[in-house]
Design a protein around this ligand. Structure first.
Ligand SMILES: Cc1cc2nc3c(=O)[nH]c(=O)nc-3n(C[C@H](O)[C@H](O)[C@H](O)COP(=O)(O)OP(=O)(O)OC[C@H]3O[C@@H](n4cnc5c(N)ncnc54)[C@H](O)[C@@H]3O)c2cc1C
Length: 329
């Protein structure tokens, strides 16, 4: 990378040490931006024992993939990751750094931008080239309007939502992979004590092709079992609006919305959810939205592709039973 040129993707890897689906989407987006601006596309893969993931990323149109491989980076730690990335990037800043709008991206990029004096745009739903500049689009006012921004700095960092880019086909030839030998300062004031997987079936929401979400109208924790059943049949994940999370009916990790997760599955099923702007901010980009609500005036129907007006207690069991029959045929 030469000074303030090029597009750089901060890859994320999953528990199986594979690049996440959002990483591939960012590579697709980065490839398009790089082609349109005539600059190189590079990527950074961080973690422990990640050389295979770096090789995989290099198949998707990058000029160079930098593998920051160190046992101390096995678990995401904001202090370690920030220190290592900031030291690696300070003498080779690209023009644009893109990361996913994930828990890690939202945590890491603001720290990094601050440390390197770069501009930051978060929660992007669009990144494109316009008038020779990179333009970033993000929701404002709780998702009621979209703002398009450009940066006045040499380097700009952005977190990008899922489904903004299209995962590309592998390029004709793989790019170079450089194992970065000199990794400084893998230290932190935090100590990793262990991780509890809340529910392997339900999360990660962001990657599920189908999300079945319940709202306040579900009425209680037990009702979420029915959502789990439907989500299981559809090989999807269970989500929730904020009231069920506040009431302890569903874990915090399931919350969809402006203060929860942003999802864009192929199908989003909203059961007993009214469709507040705060909720829509987290799922409005879904492929098809299906709503079940007893109130025909519920706002969710205005943004749904399919809607059923009725009590979920009657609609959902027959919906699930019919689906099960169809899947058995
Ligand atoms: C700063 C801030 C951040 C927020 N962040 C988020 C966020 O990230 N995510 C989020 O979701 N919310 C968030 N909220 C809350 C948001 O404003 C709404 O209050 C919330 O989304 C409403 O959730 P709901 O649709 O489940 O509940 P309600 O608005 O109460 O709607 C319940 C719906 O269930 C229907 N219903 C009831 N019983 C049945 C039945 N038996 N069968 C069928 N339908 C039935 C009703 O007709 C109604 O439409 C936030 C609010 C603030 C102020």
């Amino acid at each position: 990378m030469t000074q303030t040129q090029g597009i750089c993707i901060v890859a994320e890897i999953n528990d199986s040490k594979n690049p996440t689906s959002l990483t591939f989407e960012l590579l697709g987006l980065g490839r398009k931006l790089a082609a349109e601006t005539g600059t190189p596309l590079n990527a950074i893969v961080m973690g422990s024992d990640i050389s295979a993931a770096a090789q995989e990323v290099a198949r998707y149109g990058t000029e160079e993939v930098f593998a920051l491989d160190h046992p101390g980076l096995a678990q995401y730690d904001p202090e370690k990751y920030m220190e290592v990335l900031s030291s690696f990037l300070k003498d080779r800043l690209p023009h644009v750094i893109l990361a996913g709008h994930t828990a890690m991206g939202q945590d890491l990029l603001p720290r990094l931008a601050c440390s390197l004096g770069a501009a930051l745009v978060t929660d992007c739903v669009g990144v494109k080239v316009g008038g020779g500049e990179i333009l970033f689009t993000r929701p404002i006012y709780g998702g009621n309007a979209l703002a398009t921004q450009k940066a006045n700095t040499d380097t700009v960092m952005a977190t990008v939502r899922a489904r903004v880019g299209d995962a590309p086909a592998p390029a004709d030839a793989a790019g170079a992979v450089t194992a970065v030998a000199d990794i400084p300062g893998v230290s932190s004031r935090l100590e990793f004590k262990g991780r509890e997987v809340v529910s392997a079936k339900e999360c990660p929401l962001e990657e599920a092709p189908v999300v079945v979400s319940g709202g306040r109208g579900m009425g209680g924790e037990e009702a979420f079992e029915q959502l789990r059943e439907l989500a299981g049949l559809l090989r999807g994940a269970v989500g929730a609006s904020r009231p069920p999370v506040d009431s302890g009916w569903a874990p915090t990790t399931c919350q969809v919305g402006i203060t929860g997760k942003v999802v864009a599955p192929d199908i989003y099923v909203a059961v007993a959810i009214s469709g507040s702007t705060q909720h829509l901010s987290g799922m409005g980009e879904s492929g098809k939205i299906v709503a079940i609500n007893k109130d025909p005036e519920a706002y969710i129907f205005k943004v749904s592709d399919y809607g059923v007006v009725g009590d979920w207690k009657q609609v959902l069991p027959s919906f699930t039973a019919t689906l099960r029959e169809l899947l058995q045929e």
